[in-house]
Design a protein around this ligand. Structure first.
Ligand code: ADP
Length: 723
């Protein structure tokens, strides 16, 4: 299966996280700074206020202790005073440091000097206190003007310090407010910038997400398509490892090979390849692997699971990775057994046709519309004194004399133009050729081709000409002899008739009857011979005169009625109402044919009946070339001895009788049907027979006549006519 590239646009995770981190860090830093500053300021202010209060409290305490020590005069009170004085000094030192730090001390020495002045007065008072009788002066000193002034100055100094500190702290607060505003502005600006960046990043992230979803959907749809293509392909597809092992096969491949997918995955392609095809397959794989070719296609056979062979058309490509390293082969296989079978059949057919054509003595070759010979059989190449390989590719003008080449090419193009075979005769080197050129089917857009069959008919034509000449001579002889025979025969019959009018002995009458009967038979024979010879020599001419069909039929029936009566047979004739009364044609020849057929029917029927049916095909009257025409159907039926199927064709030949003994039994010459067939043929019809031995026969034919003028009304009215 092919692998698809993952979506190219990635979610901007790093940028998103970096911005988020930056924003959080900024907010945190500013918040922390603000909080710290607030805290520091508050702490500072509280510390300063505390320090001033401490100093003030310490100074007050110190004064109280000094007064107490001065009143009591006790050393212990003096020590407490001094301890307090030291503490006060320390508090003042602290205040001084803090005030200096806050720049809230206008004059740093002021506090020290004022405090030192109060301490000095206190020390003096304590020294007085410790001296005997010094309590009073000490008290006076402590409560004196100097002491009050020193404390007042110290208090003022402390208040000044407190005010300075407050001012400094307020300045500090103002400065911090300013910084805070700057910080808020910075935060606002930062937030705005961050917001813009965040929205850009977010927009990109949304786009990337959408694209990723679309790409993933496209990828999965594409994978589904490829999977379906693989599974449902109408050709076999197999992925084959570099070691020849099947890796993956589709259902069609299983179908072709007859193995299941599991069975194939446990095999190599060489295991199911026919040994005769393996060499070429391996060679091609080697070339593919070496990069000499990108793919190869070959026809080969697989040995199916059931042992049968299947022909396939195999196309193999080699899949490589981006670095060109071979991964696996992709084999596409289609079942071409039917094609191979058709090719084998076509080869066999071609071989058969070639063998057949080579076996014939006729000269056969294929040529195209330009007269270029495409192929020739053995007889043709021998006739041209050229080998088959030399004939192919030559043109008519290089193998035939110029006139012959031109004529044959013209005939060939005529056959191609007409789309049907043309036949003609020509002569080359004293040999007469009966040539048939038959156009062959050609694919659209390709030059027309035709098969040329040339038969040497020199002998046949000469023999036919000789036979025709002999036949003509025979017919002439027969015509002459018949003619010459008829003259004395008429004389004999006339004399016999005259003799019959004279008185004769009873025995002589019988002899005369026999004589007249024999002479009549002879006259029939002579007339038949004369007719046959006339027909065969082409001298029989038909007339086209109006005749009444019913008269002809009635005449035939009347002529043969005595014979039927003698034999006890029923003779009937029926003319269909639709048949026109007056027809134009040769009524005498029609009568002759009907007399012959009805005569035969009576002759070869012992019991039963003979009937003549005349009908008209529908529609009865048709427009013809010279007016209206009608096709009239004649049938003569009998219930006689019938004719065996194998004899039915030959009874129409001259002098042919089914049974040689029939001449003795039934009389006749064997010419009647031959003459009838020829006469019907001359009139444009064809006589036929249906017969079953022992049951009877039907002789029938159809003739086309022009309809006489006065028949139309009667035919239209369908008047009944006697039969
Ligand atoms: P033939 O003079 O012998 O009748 P035809 O040519 O008329 O000569 O007939 C040829 C032969 O065909 C007859 O000898 C007979 O054997 C056979 N044949 C003709 N018509 C019939 C028929 N209606 N029934 C049986 N056989 C017939």
């Amino acid at each position: 299966m092919p692998s698809l590239r993952p979506p190219s646009r990635r979610f901007p995770t790093h940028a998103f996280l970096a911005l988020l981190g930056l924003g959080l860090a900024l907010a945190f830093a500013l918040g922390w700074m603000e909080l710290t500053a607030e805290h520091n300021t508050a702490t500072f202010r509280f510390a300063l206020d505390g320090a001033v209060a401490d100093v003030q409290a310490a100074v007050g305490e110190m004064h109280s202790l000094a007064l107490s020590a001065a009143v009591t005069g006790e050393a212990r009170a003096v020590a407490a005073y001094r301890e307090q004085a030291a503490s006060c000094l320390a508090s003042a030192g602290t205040l001084r440091r803090v005030a200096l730090q806050a720049r809230g001390l206008a004059s740093p020495d002021c506090l020290d000097r004022r405090l030192q002045a109060v301490l000095d007065l206190g020390d003096q008072a304590m020294q007085l206190t410790l001296a005997p009788g010094g309590s009073g002066p000490a008290l006076a000193l402590l409560q004196g003007q100097d002491a009050r002034s020193a404390r007042t100055e110290l208090r003022d100094c402390l208040e000044q310090t407190r005010a300075g500190i407050r001012t400094a702290v307020l300045g500090l607060l103002a400065s911090q407010d300013h910084h805070a505003r700057l910080a808020v502005a910075a935060i606002g600006l930062g937030t705005l910038v961050l917001g813009v960046f965040a929205s850009l990043v977010l927009r990109r992230a949304i786009c990337a997400t959408r694209e990723n979803i679309a790409a993933r959907e496209a990828l999965s749809a594409s994978e589904r398509r490829f999977r379906d293509t693989f599974e449902l392909a109408a050709v076999g597809i197999a992925h084959v490892g570099l070691d020849g092992q099947f890796l993956r096969v589709n259902p069609h491949f299983e179908q072709i090979t007859g193995y299941t997918a599991e069975a194939l995955l446990a095999r190599t392609y060489t295991a199911i390849t026919h040994p005769d095809d393996l060499g070429e397959d391996l060679d091609q794989v080697e070339r593919l692997r070496a990069g000499a070719i990108n793919s190869y296609t070959m026809d080969k056979r697989y040995v199916r699971k059931d042992g049968s062979l299947v022909w396939v058309s195999l196309t193999v490509t080699l899949l490589r990775d981006a670095a060109g390293t071979p991964l696996h082969y992709i084999s596409v296989v289609s079942d071409i057994s039917a094609r191979k079978a058709a090719e084998a059949a076509a080869r066999e057919n071609a071989a058969t046709v070639t063998a057949l054509l080579d076996a014939t003595s006729d000269r056969v070759f294929l040529a195209d519309a330009t007269g270029r010979i495409l192929a020739a059989n053995m007889a043709a190449t021998q006739g041209l004194d050229l080998g088959p390989e030399v004939v192919a590719g030559r043109t008519f003008d290089t193998v035939f004399p110029p006139d012959l080449a031109r004529s044959r090419l013209a005939h060939l193009n005529r056959a191609l133009l007409l789309g049907r075979p043309v036949r003609f005769t020509d002569e080359r080197a004293g040999i007469l050729f009966d040539i048939i050129i038959a156009p062959l089917p050609a694919a659209p857009g390709t030059p027309g081709r035709a098969a040329v069959f040339a038969r040497d008919v020199t002998e046949i034509i000469r023999a036919r000409e000789a036979a025709e000449a002999a036949n003509r001579a025979k017919s002439d002889f027969l015509a002459n002899v018949s003619h010459e025979l008829r003259t004395p025969l008429n004389g004999i019959m006339g004399m016999a008739q005259l003799l019959g009018t004279t008185p004769l002995e009873p025995g002589q009458v019988q002899c005369l009857d026999d004589l007249q009967s024999a002479a009549a038979s002879l006259l029939v024979l002579v007339n038949d011979l004369l007719d046959l010879s006339k027909i065969e020599s082409g001298r029989m001419e038909l007339v086209a005169e109006p005749f009444v069909l019913s008269s002809i039929i009635q005449g035939v029936a009347a002529t043969l009625e005595p014979l039927a009566r003698d034999k006890g047979l029923a003779l009937s004739a029926r003319i269909g109402d639709e048949v026109p009364r007056l027809l134009v044609g040769d009524g005498d020849r029609l009568r002759q044919v009907l007399l012959n057929l009805v005569g035969n029917a009576l002759k070869f029927t012992e019991t039963g009946r003979v009937s003549v049916d005349v009908a008209c095909a529908r529609p009865c009257v048709l427009p013809g070339h010279g007016g209206l025409v009608t096709d009239v159907y004649f049938a003569v039926r009998d219930t006689g001895i019938g004719i065996a199927p194998e004899d039915q064709a030959r009874i129409f030949e001259s002098f042919t009788q089914v049974d040689a003994s029939s001449t003795r039994r039934f009389g006749g010459t064997g010419l009647g049907l031959a003459i009838s067939r020829r006469l019907v043929g001359l009139m444009g019809g064809e006589i036929g027979v249906e017969s079953e031995p022992g049951k009877g026969s039907v002789f029938s034919f159809a003739l086309r006549f022009t309809v006489g003028d006065d028949s139309l009304d009667e035919a239209a009215t369908g008047r009944d006519r006697p039969s």
